[in-house]
Structure formats: C-alpha cells, structure tokens
Design a protein around this ligand. Structure first.
Ligand SMILES: Nc1nc2c(c(=O)[nH]1)N[C@H]1C(S)=C(S)[C@@H](COP(=O)(O)OP(=O)(O)OC[C@H]3O[C@@H](n4cnc5c(=O)[nH]c(N)nc54)[C@H](O)[C@@H]3O)O[C@H]1N2
Ligand SMILES: Nc1nc2c(c(=O)[nH]1)N[C@H]1C(S)=C(S)[C@@H](COP(=O)(O)OP(=O)(O)OC[C@H]3O[C@@H](n4cnc5c(=O)[nH]c(N)nc54)[C@H](O)[C@@H]3O)O[C@H]1N2
Ligand code: SF4
Ligand SMILES: [Mo]
Length: 897
C-alpha cells in the first residue's frame, strides 16, 4: 500500500520539522511521482542549518502504510468515526456521572503537537474538571520542570544552542549527546574543530560515543552527581570564584546551599571518594569550571531520571547562580529536551501538576483566571495523578477509563508488566495511535487511528524554546484523523460544543497564544501574545521563532534571564540547599548489578517508526546488555551469548551479551527500544522498579538492580526471509527489518521433530519456479537451507548447536540481487562468500551502507588517520555524520591513540 496524493503538486518541497528529538531540526520533505519521500536538512532552520542525523536522514524510509491503524475500531471491529466518538464520549460521560471526574484519565505525549496537547489539557482540566491528565514527559522532563521552577520560579530554559558555540567549556552531564542529540553534537564537534581551546567534560558512569569528543571523561559512580556539584560549589567558594554582586542582588538562599554542600562534599578527597573518581580528575574539572566564565552545563536523562533528579538539577543550577553564569552568551544550565515537543507540552500545561500557559493549579488566582479565559463550567482543583500513580490507580480500579494518546506505556513505564495487567483489568482503554500493532494498542477496547508526521499540521517547541511548524505533505491514509480533531470531536459530543469550536490547528494556536498573554503583566515569562492574532496564511508561513514573542520582542528572544529578574515573587532566584541522596535501589550479593538503561543511535523509543527503516535497523539488530568483561567472566558469560537478566521482582529479560570495557564493573546497560513486536522478551521496562523522585515523580530509569546469568539453548540460528515467518519453537527471537527482507536471530530449547519439515513450514513450501537447497549434518547438528524463487534468494535459515554461526552480512547482500550466480548458490549454504566476493561486516554508516570490516580494512590498507580521510575513500560519515564518533573509535583502536 502506498500514499496517494492527488491534490499535492509533485516535485515541491515542504518545509517541516523532524519528529524525533528535542533538537528540532528543520527538514525539507519531497515526494516524487511514485510517492517516495526523501528528506534533506533545511539550511534555513536555526536548529540545524541544513544538518541532519541518521534518523532525520532516513525519515523517508519510515513513512509507511503497511502496519498503520487505518480505521476506528471497537473491540477489534471496524466502526465509523461517528460511532467511535459517540462511544468514547458516552462512556466517559457515564463514568464521570457515576464515579466523579477523577475516575477518567488521559495519558498523552511529548510527541503531540502543541495544538493537540492544548485541547487535551483544556478538556480535562477545564471541562471534565480533573487533573488526571499526565504525559510521557513525566518520564523525561518532569524533574527539569521542577528544578527550574524551584530555582527561577518558572519552568525556564535560559539559554540557546548558540551558547554551545560561544562557550569555552561545555559540561555534558548524563547525556549521550552523540547518539541522542546528534545534530547538537555535530555543532559542538565543529566548534571544537574550529576552536581547539574549547574544553569539553563528559560526566557519565559509562564511556559513550559522546566521550570521544571530551577532554575529560568522569566515570562517576551512578547517582552521585549532586555530590560532585555540591563539591564544585564548595570549591568555587574556596577558589574565590564568587560573583558576589550577582548573588547579593539577584538570589537568595546562598549560605544555606553552601552549608549543605560543605556537609556532604567539603573537599576534593571526599567528593572523589563518594563519586568513585580519581581526585586529580575531580580537581581538574573544578579548576576548569572555576576559571571558565563561559560555561554551559548541558544535561539530560542521566540527571533527570533519578530518585534525586530535581536535586541534581538544582545542584547544577546553584553553581551557575554562584558564578552569575546565566542569561549571557556562552553560559548557563541547559536541559536538552527529549521528545520533539517536550517543551510545547510544558507550555500548554500538559503535566498533571500544571495548569496552562505556565500557570499553577494550586494558585487560586491562576485557577480562576484560566477558568474565566476558557469560560469553563469547572476548573481542576488539585494536582492530578502523575504517570506511575495514574497507572496504579487504574490497577486499583479507581480510574475506570483511560485514553492513551501517542505513547506506548506497556513498554516505557517502569514495572511495565504491572502497567499491562492494570490495562487488562481496566473497564475502558482507548488508544489513539497511528500504528495497529504496538504492545499498548493491542490491549485497547477502542482504537482511534491518528495521523502522524507528514500528515499532520501544527507547531512544536524545541530545547531552545524555538517554535517551529510541522507541515503536512501527505494525504492521511484510510480514515486517520489528527489528534486535535479527535479530542475536539469527543469534547463536542460530551456537550462542550461552544468551547471546542476548532476547525483547524491555527484557531487553537491563536487561543493558546492569547492565554499566554492573558492578564500576564510580566508575571510569566512564557508569553507568545504577539502571535495571538496570527492569520491562517501567516501561520502557514511561520518561520522558527523563540519564545517569548511579545509586543516588545515580536521577533522572539534568544536568551532569557539576562536581566536576572526571575519569576519568583521578589524576582530573585533561589539557591536550593542540597543534601545528596543515593539511588533507592542498592545492589546486594544476590543482585550485584546496577541496571542502567538508555538509547541507541538509530532507534527511536519503541521502534514503531525507526524499526521499519532498513537503514536504521542495520546498526543494532537486536537488544543487548553491555557488560564489563571482568564481570562477564565472573558470571561465566561469553561475548555474544544470550543472557537472562532478572530483577528483585523475579522478572526476566533475554538479550545478547556485549562485552565493553567502557562499562564500569558492577554496572550493566540495556537499551530501551526492544518490545514484544521486535523481540521475544527484551522489554527492559519490566525490570525497572518504580522508584520515583519525591518532587517530580520521575522514575529512576538509570538505576535498578539485577542479576545476570547465561541462558543456554539447544540450538541457535538465524533466518532471513522476504516474508514475515510465523515463528515456532524459538524461545528467543529478535527481528529487524532489512531492505526487502526480515531478519530473525533465534534460539530454542525445544527441537522440532524434523528440521527440514519445520524449515519449510517457516519459509514456505516448494512450488513451481521454486528451489529448495538444504544441508543437514546430523552428527554436528548443522542445519542450513535456502529457498530460491526464479533464481532469486527468497529465504535462508541456519541452525547450529552453538552461537558459532556464519556472518550474516554477505548473505544479506544476496537479498539485494535480482538473481544469484551459480557460484553464489554453491557458497550459499556455507555462509561464506566465493573467493571474489567479500563480507563487509555490520553496517556502521547507515547513509552509504558501509560495514565495519570494510572500514577497518580500508583504514589499515591506506594508513588512514582521520575520519575525513575515511570519508574521502569510502564516503562513510560524509552525509549525516552520525557514525563519525564510531569511525574515530576504529582509528583509536587501530592506531592506539
Ligand atoms: N537515538 C535516539 N535519540 C533520542 C531518543 C531515542 O529514542 N533514540 N529519544 C529522545 C528522548 S525522548 C530523550 S529523553 C533523549 C535522552 O537523551 P540522553 O539522556 O542523552 O540519553 P540516555 O541514553 O537515556 O541517557 C544518557 C546517559 O545517562 C547516563 N547515566 C546513567 N546514570 C547516570 C548518572 O547517575 N549520572 C550521570 N551523569 N549520567 C548517568 C547513561 O549512561 C547514558 O549514557 O534522547 C532523545 N533522542
Ligand atoms: N527503561 C527506560 N524507560 C524509559 C526511558 C529510559 O531511559 N529507560 N525513557 C523514557 C522517556 S525519556 C520517554 S520520552 C519515553 C518514551 O516512551 P513512549 O512514549 O511510550 O514511546 P514511543 O515509542 O515514542 O511511543 C509513541 C507512540 O505514539 C505513536 N505515534 C506516533 N506519532 C503519533 C501521532 O501523531 N499521534 C498519535 N496519536 N500517535 C502517534 C507511535 O506509533 C507510538 O506507539 O520512554 C521512557 N521510558
Ligand atoms: S538531531 Fe536528528 S533526530 Fe534530532 S531533530 Fe535533528 S535530525 Fe531529527
Ligand atoms: Mo524522553
């Protein structure tokens, strides 16, 4: 199935923004006559100036219709929109009438557009009258919101991307920027290349691709960041690096913060001891920070996703306040946002403890003001339930209906199995998604087909407060509808017709902009009042603009807090006294490992989009656990072996061991992406204990405890097929998409009675024009077979008694060929290429399909010393540049420096 786009002129570009990370890159999308979408970087967008990472570059490959949810469904039956909307509205209204407003809930997402988010929040807080609307931003940005609010009185990111280029020191804390904010990383690397004086410090328990650009990597003991920053505060005082004018005039609470810091981190030695770092390195970092006025401290989930996340953030902000390094070029505490519209969600008040437009639920004046503005019958009185508590309330039956929009909580929440059983028990589960088979959509009673990137229109706000348009360039498939429309229609059917008159996103945007300026009187810095009268054509033509956008600053504002007037009552910033707390889960003899989780370069969250791209899927084909070789040996684990990881609740996952000395002994790392659609059991969310930050409610995703042991199967194998097979007998499987084929890594404990029969069932029977070649060595238990249709390789399967299977890459290359030669056919079942062909190894450069072996051979053969030299010969790294950190690693490994 492909898009049909009769109304759109072909060969024109649409300017829009990437739907992935918070960098918020501008892209140009182009659809050719065959509906093929290509995407390039927008040179005019200030976030990326034309650059894109591997995910942005491969966007065209993720615009697919095969697995889309195309029609509304009730209990698996296709229904009309009228029926679906009336059912949702009717059941919601009934439950509210019977059990009160708090018996229903919405769980939304930082991937919604601002307009979608605004109407969802308005419906719940102003019309249903409950704050039980929370969002996956609880798992992502809620600690930052709380940290900024405590310090500045409002959720304000003071700086902008340009600060990273104007800084002399960049501290990257708990951020794998190279993989998670790759275009910012490229901007940092370019700056460093042009200005070798720029110093970069990376603070992360494990060494990552980001560490490759760092002058200093501090492999901090997990969870101890506030000790380090408390220690820094003490050191700054000792070193006389105090901006006394700033702290006296613009802050309060400094002495208490200093006193607390001295209690926990009085000296370099204490800090080094508590943080597990060499004292010299701690001192080097402190000295660097002390002497460099232009310092940006950029942080992400290694800071936020912690049971003391808010404290970690304030310990960082304290150091910036103490030195007065906020609001000026090249300096400031800078939270890198995760999702494309993490910021937009915060602006509309999408979290359960916010109201709207940076107003507070617990503030009576704010509540009455918003009620007046919305002309709403009610207004939520108290904070609603935060994500984890919200799903607990579903589990307990207190919430009887939940509507999940653009999130996959069965994968992404902690104690994910409990989330699943809560939804299984829930009276009414409604899910709006664009994909038909996600772990969460599968459980929905009512499925609502949403339009997605490329089809929808609206705005998003990136990490630097820059509002950009997402524009549609594809016709929605089937009956899919934009999220704002679905919510609006439900609201209307619940009887709120007058308050939800919207017929297009611009009307919602205008109202949102008006609310931001409503009775504002400079009380709230979030203000885009100057956009309140934007016309439809101005909205269509809107160029990226940073908030505030007011009558005084109609062209937006790059930096905030430059005048050091904060949003607190007395306009002063707050130092917060921090008493560091260790992570709640501690290791024990039985559970000796700290389980850290995060992202890989080419996958996005639960893979509903990136998992469909062959290019992106080639980089990491199955889930894994990164483990230090010493730990592995101690636990009798071999490299590439399948292991079982178990937590204290007795939950297990099965993933491939990957040795890495970049991992601290005692810590393991598992990526978050693999779920039941892509693996037998690698959903790491089921292992995470729901330990929360007491202020923000953000889960401690980076610090669970676990044990690990080898998992032995009777047989191991792989299967590459142009058709999706229905797997049987495989207790372990992981699937990934290639160009024109699916690839499965499999292992099993039960043997089929007849391998040959089983393989034929899996791969398809032999018919006319079809050819089956097979090899079975009973003694060694090697089974190999291939199916060839019209001289084209259609499928192959390799089963061995151990993991020592042939490499897959050459076999995969045969799937790109129209016909295979007799030589290739003869070599096929050996898994090794004929003499004149080569196996190029695992794909590293996703843009040009360049494999690891080819890269290392070329480096050696040509004595290459730089990534640019590799690029000149192989092209690897010359397009999006996302693989450059890995190319540097090969150079380092080969040449030793
Ligand atoms: N490729 C890709 N990019 C993405 C995403 C994606 O799914 N894939 N998702 C986007 C989203 S929503 C988000 S939120 C961001 C996340 O972006 P990041 O936060 O950069 O990514 P993570 O891999 O979650 O974690 C970052 C690092 O925190 C480290 N860490 C763990 N514990 C500690 C600690 O105690 N202290 C310190 N200092 N560090 C610690 C981990 O080792 C890890 O390397 O990425 C965004 N970009
Ligand atoms: N262990 C562990 N867990 C984590 C994290 C971690 O570091 N470790 N990180 C957490 C973080 S920071 C985040 S942000 C979350 C992300 O977790 P989720 O939000 O659960 O992940 P996604 O896969 O992005 O889910 C988005 C869903 O929305 C659908 N979708 C896409 N576009 C649209 C649209 O326009 N409309 C609608 N209605 N649906 C759409 C997609 O198909 C997909 O099903 O994971 C969190 N979970
Ligand atoms: S850095 Fe990559 S994923 Fe993030 S917005 Fe830019 S192109 Fe998209
Ligand atoms: Mo996130």
């Amino acid at each position: 199935m492909s898009y049909s786009n009769p109304s759109k002129p072909k060969n024109l570009f649409t300017k829009t923004t990437c739907p992935y990370c918070g960098v918020g890159c501008g892209v140009l999308a182009h659809t050719d006559d065959y509906g093929v979408v290509t995407v390039t970087g927008d040179t005019e967008h200030p976030a990326n100036l034309g650059r894109l990472c591997s995910k942005g570059t491969a966007l065209g490959e993720t615009v697919y219709l095969d697995e889309r949810l195309l029609y509304p469904e009730i209990l698996g039956e296709q229904v009309s929109w009228e029926q679906a909307l009336a059912t949702v509205a009717g059941r919601f209204s009934k439950i509210i009438a019977a059990h009160g407003a708090d018996a229903v809930a919405l769980y939304v997402s930082g991937q919604l557009l601002t307009e979608d988010y605004y109407v969802a929040n308005k419906l719940m807080k102003g019309f249903v009258g409950s704050s039980n609307i929370d969002t996956n931003s609880r798992l992502c940005m809620s600690s930052v919101v709380a940290g900024y609010k405590r310090a500045f009185g409002e959720d304000i990111v003071p700086g902008c991307y340009e600060d990273l280029e104007r800084a002399k020191l960049i501290v990257l804390v708990g951020s794998n920027t190279a993989w998670c904010h790759p275009v910012l990383y490229q901007r940092i690397v370019d700056t460093k290349n042009n200005n070798p004086d720029l110093q970069i410090v990376n603070i992360d328990p494990r060494k990552t691709q980001t560490s490759s650009v760092a002058d200093l990597h501090l492999a901090i003991r997990p969870g101890t960041d506030s000790v380090l920053f408390n220690g820094l505060l003490v050191w700054l005082e000792t070193a006389g690096e105090h901006n006394a004018m700033y702290t006296r005039n613009f802050t309060r609470g400094m002495q208490a913060a200093l006193d607390s810091a001295k209690n926990s981190a009085a000296s370099i030695e204490i800090v080094a001891e508590k943080c597990g770092l060499p004292a010299n390195d701690v001192e080097a970092f402190f000295r660097l920070f002390a002497r460099t006025e232009r310092t940006v401290t950029a942080f992400s989930q290694g800071i936020n996703q912690s049971s003391s996340g808010v404290d970690k953030i304030n310990s960082i902000i304290n150091c910036h306040l103490y030195t007065g390094r906020i609001g000026r070029p090249g300096m400031g505490p800078f939270s890198l946002t995760g999702q494309p519209n993490a910021m937009g969600g915060r602006e509309v008040g999408g979290l359960a403890n916010q109201l709207a437009a940076h107003m507070e639920i617990h503030n009576e004046t704010h509540r009455q003001r918003v009620k007046r503005f919305w002309n709403s019958p009610v207004i939520a009185k108290t904070e609603g339930l935060k994500a984890v508590d919200l799903f607990n309330a579903i589990d307990e039956g207190k919430i009887k209906a939940v509507w999940i929009i653009a999130s996959n909580p069965i994968v992404s929440l902690p104690e994910a199995d409990k989330v699943r059983s809560a939804l299984e028990k829930c009276e009414l589960v409604i899910v709006s998604d664009c994909v038909r088979e996600t772990d969460t959509v599968k459980l929905a009673h009512i499925r609502l087909p949403a339009t997605t990137w490329g089809e929808k229109d609206g705005t998003i706000t990136n990490s630097e407060r820059c509002i950009s348009r997402q524009r549609s360039f594809l016709q929605p498939p089937g009956l899919a509808k934009p999220d704002w429309w679905i919510v609006t229609e439900v609201a209307r059917k619940m009887g709120f017709t007058d308050a939800f008159p919207y017929t297009s996103p611009v009307e919602i945007f205008r109202e949102h902009a008006r609310l931001s300026g409503f009775e504002n009187e400079n009380e709230r810095l979030f203000n885009i009042d100057a956009l309140a009268d934007i016309t439809s054509s101005q909205y269509n033509a809107l160029t990226p603009i940073q908030w505030p956008v007011t009558r005084q600053s109609p062209n937006g504002t790059a930096r905030l807090l430059s005048a050091a007037r904060f949003s607190t009552t007395d306009k002063k910033a707050n130092f917060i006294a921090i008493e560091p707390r260790l992570p709640a889960n501690a290791c024990s003899t039985d559970y000796p490992f700290i389980l850290n989780t995060g992202r890989v370069r080419d996958q996005w969250h639960t893979m509903t989009r990136t998992g469909m791209s062959p290019r992106l899927s080639a980089h990491t084909i199955e889930s894994y656990v990164e483990i230090h070789p010493d730990d592995a040996h101690r636990h009798a684990i071999n490299d590439f072996e399948i292991v079982e990881i178990t937590n204290t609740l007795g939950k297990s996952i099965y993933v491939r061991a990957q040795f890495s000395d970049k991992q601290q002994p005692g810590s393991i790392f598992v990526p978050i992406h693999w779920n039941q659609q892509f693996s037998s059991q690698a959903r790491v969310g089921s292992l995470i204990k729901a330990v929360l930050d007491p202020i923000s409610g953000q889960p401690e995703f980076k610090h669970s405890v676990a044990k690990i042991r080898p998992w032995h199967a009777n047989w191991y194998g792989f299967l590459i097929s142009r058709h999706k097979p229905a797997l049987k007998y495989a207790s372990y499987w992981a699937r990934s998409r290639g160009k024109g084929f699916w690839r499965y890594e499999v292992a099993g404990q039960v043997n089929p009675e007849d391998w040959s029969e089983h393989a034929r069932t899996l791969l398809g029977r032999v018919g006319e024009q079809e050819n089956w070649i097979e090899f079975y060595d009973k003694a060694r238990f090697h089974y190999r077979a291939a199916r060839i249709v019209n001289d084209r390789l259609d499928a192959c399967i390799f089963i061995y008694p151990s993991n020592a299977l042939p490499p897959r890459d050459w076999l995969i290359s045969l799937f790109q060929k129209g016909t295979i030669t007799p030589e290739e056919r003869a070599s096929l079942l050996t898994g090794t290429p004929p003499a004149d062909q080569q196996d190029y190894g695992r794909i590293v450069c996703a843009c040009f399909n360049i494999g690891e072996k080819l890269i290392t051979q070329t480096i050696r053969a040509n004595s290459l010393r730089t990534t640019d030299e590799i690029g000149q010969i192989l092209k690897a790294g010359t397009n999006c540049g996302s693989c450059k950190p890995e190319l540097s690693e090969y150079l380092k490994t080969i040449w030793g420096h």
